[in-house]
Design a binder for this molecule. Structure first.
Ligand code: GAP
Length: 610
């Protein structure tokens, strides 16, 4: 491959996924992006530590997200809430009762799997009704079954069955009631050994802890499984202090914890991770219609443009999907590496009106019928109606309504038929929600009627659009995307393979490396030190004087540093005054070098990394 031509992970055709991920994992360790947590103690499954380069990468992701979500737009402010919150919050949000995965255990090895991740298998199933031990008269009546490939000797199934009964205390089991039958596409057996799995059981993913000196059922708390709920819980406080009016948003970056059954694919599914979430609060459509006389609907796919007062939830949702896709492109994930997946009605959470998942084509993603990568979730953008705030209103007994002056002013001027129509729609929506919460029809109707009356006076619970992204997944996507190899000449002009991490300058861990051409020339070293100190206030700089210059470039290529600055004899003015105080600026991707004035470096590079 020619120098400078990318060979990206997601368009490589059919690479050997596991080899590629192993290469990336070893590069991550060798260069200090990601280490296994607690490595010297054998590691802890589902937990990861970020080394010097990984820490900078994550910080850049979070800083850029924060800047683009809050500082560069109107009406979005930040929150930094505690990780452990009142346990009732998780009852209100539904996490205590429904935040679970179905899991199954292998009856032989006790290994635990997520039920939905067991691949369907076909073969011949052997069934046993129990076993006895003739010498002792012991017996076990637990049924067991094993799946083996059709045509394979039944001895293997019997061996598994004997192991099963041995685990139940029978040293020399004699199997009973053997029968067999062919089965198709079953997910009831462990794909690793053919043993029967337990029936699926719900397993709550929240990590428990207890607060205070006494461990008891009364002080059980949870490490938050998402940052979003803190935003809902603090919604009223933030609204008041920031003097915002709808539409407005609150965003937060922070740790979340999930006791995942099967952490896997490097950092993709971890037990501790960071989220970047925005809750964007909007008027309900009925309020929009009352104020603007209509609710604008999406006219075509793509970005709907500058927000307008007559947007309902559908246009706001489309807006955020497009904004988020634009964000990923702006940090170097090409559109072709991303998938915009609209959840099907049967996949939607019961309160969600629409959810779009932004997927990245990771090398380990499943493949479609034509071998194409289908992608794995980086972010979900959900239209969550007024569900979350309504739940906290019910559970905490504190109003979550806002007062909309414009609505109050406009309502009496509406045509009575319009008033009745909007009231009825609002009433039906509230009634549906209340009935779903289990409220009896009578009180539910009464409450919904009161909500509709409140709407006419300018009060309602805001609806919400939630773009929710994972920092660690994005870091992994950026690492996968950046990895490439090309051919570049070595010191003697011979072509060699070069590993390059082609990070976008915005998120590259180190922005610029500064090199004196030679280490043993004090004037060069001193000048290079001055250049380093000049750039340091503006960006992350790496200074390296060890080894041949070509080797130093390669080390930075592998770290993903987009720019290299070399101080040479021309810088000192040895070849004439016109080159004095200039340096070479090398571009990581093209490897081209140009001469730049030292005084121009900071403004030039700053513009490229913002
Ligand atoms: N508040 C909504 C929410 O939490 P989610 O789809 O469960 O939605 C949002 O999580 C994002 O958090 C995901 O798109 C993903 O990027 C990240 N995430 C979720 N579980 C994760 C895990 N076990 N490991 C790493 N990232 C995870």
């Amino acid at each position: 491959m020619a120098a400078g031509v990318a060979n990206t992970v997601w368009d490589m055709g059919e690479p050997k996924t596991s080899e590629l991920m192993e290469t990336l994992a070893s590069l991550c360790k060798r260069r200090g992006f990601i280490f296994q947590s607690s490595e010297i103690y054998g590691g802890l499954n589902g937990f990861w530590d970020y080394g010097p380069l990984g820490t900078e990468l994550k910080r850049n992701i979070k800083d850029y997200w924060w800047r683009s979500m809050t500082r560069l737009r109107e009406g979005v402010v930040g929150l930094d809430a505690s990780i452990i919150m009142h346990p009732r919050i998780w009852e209100a949000s539904g996490h205590t009762s429904t935040f679970s995965d179905l899991m199954v255990d292998c009856l032989l090895t006790q290994r635990r799997f997520r039920a939905d991740q067991i691949e369907a298998q076909s073969g011949t199933a052997y069934f046993y009704t129990g076993a006895t031990e003739p010498g002792t008269g012991k017996e076990c009546k637990d049924p067991f079954s094993a799946l083996i490939a059709t045509g394979k000797h039944p001895g293997y199934a019997r061996e598994l069955a004997r192991k099963f009964y041995q685990l139940r205390g029978l040293k020399e089991p004699v199997l009973e009631g053997e029968r067999s039958e062919p089965v198709q596409n079953t997910t009831r057996y462990n794909p690793e050994n053919g043993s029967l799995l337990t029936e699926p059981r719900a397993f709550n993913l929240m990590l428990k802890t207890s607060v205070g000196p006494v461990e008891s059922a009364d002080n059980v708390s949870y490490l938050r499984p998402e940052t979003a709920q803190a935003i809902f819980v603090q919604f009223k406080n933030v609204l008041e202090v920031s003097r915002q009016r709808l539409p407005f948003g609150i965003c937060q970056i922070g740790k979340a914890f999930r006791n995942e059954i099967n952490p896997r694919n490097f950092t993709f599914r971890s037990r501790e991770f960071e989220q970047m979430e925005l809750e964007f609060f909007i008027r309900p459509d009925e309020a929009v219609e009352a104020v603007c006389g209509r609710v604008a609907k999406p006219a075509s796919p793509g970005h709907p443009g500058k927000p307008q007062p007559d947007w309902g939830w559908q246009l706001w949702h489309q807006y955020w999907v497009e904004e988020r896709l634009g964000f990923y492109e702006s940090i170097g994930l090409p559109r072709a590496s991303l998938v915009e997946y609209w959840q099907k009605p049967e996949e939607l959470a019961h309160y969600a009106r629409a959810t779009v998942d932004v997927l990245y084509k990771f090398p380990f993603s499943k493949r479609g019928p034509n071998g194409e990568l289908l992608g794995e979730e980086l972010e979900g953008i959900a239209a969550r109606s007024d569900f979350d705030l309504s739940q906290h209103q019910r559970f905490a007994g504190r109003p979550m309504t806002v007062f909309d002056e414009e609505l109050k002013a406009v309502w009496p001027k509406l045509d009575p038929a319009k008033q009745a129509e909007l009231s009825e729609r609002f009433f039906q929506h509230r009634l549906k929600y209340l009935l779903k919460t289990g409220e009896a029809p009578g009180p539910a109707e009464q409450s919904a009627r009161q909500d509709a009356e409140a709407l006419a006076k300018g009060y309602y619970i805001p609806h919400v659009i939630e773009p929710s992204a994972g920092v660690d997944r994005l870091a992994l996507a950026l690492i996968c995307n950046a990895y490439s190899q090309d051919q570049a000449p070595d010191e003697k002009g011979k072509l060699e393979t070069r590993v390059v991490m082609r990070f976008h300058p915005r998120i590259a861990p180190i922005k610029v490396a500064v090199f004196p051409l030679l280490k043993n020339k004090p004037e060069l070293v001193q000048k290079a030190g001055e250049v380093r100190d000049l750039l340091r206030p503006w960006m992350s700089v790496f200074y390296d004087e060890a080894g041949a210059i070509g080797r130093r470039y390669r080390r930075q290529d592998e770290a993903g540093t987009p720019f290299g600055v070399t101080v040479d004899f021309d810088t000192l003015g040895e070849k004439g005054p016109e080159l004095k105080d200039t340096v070479t600026l090398r571009d990581r991707d093209t490897m081209k070098q140009e001469r730049v004035k030292i005084a121009d470096l900071a403004p030039r590079l700053t513009a490229l990394i913002r």
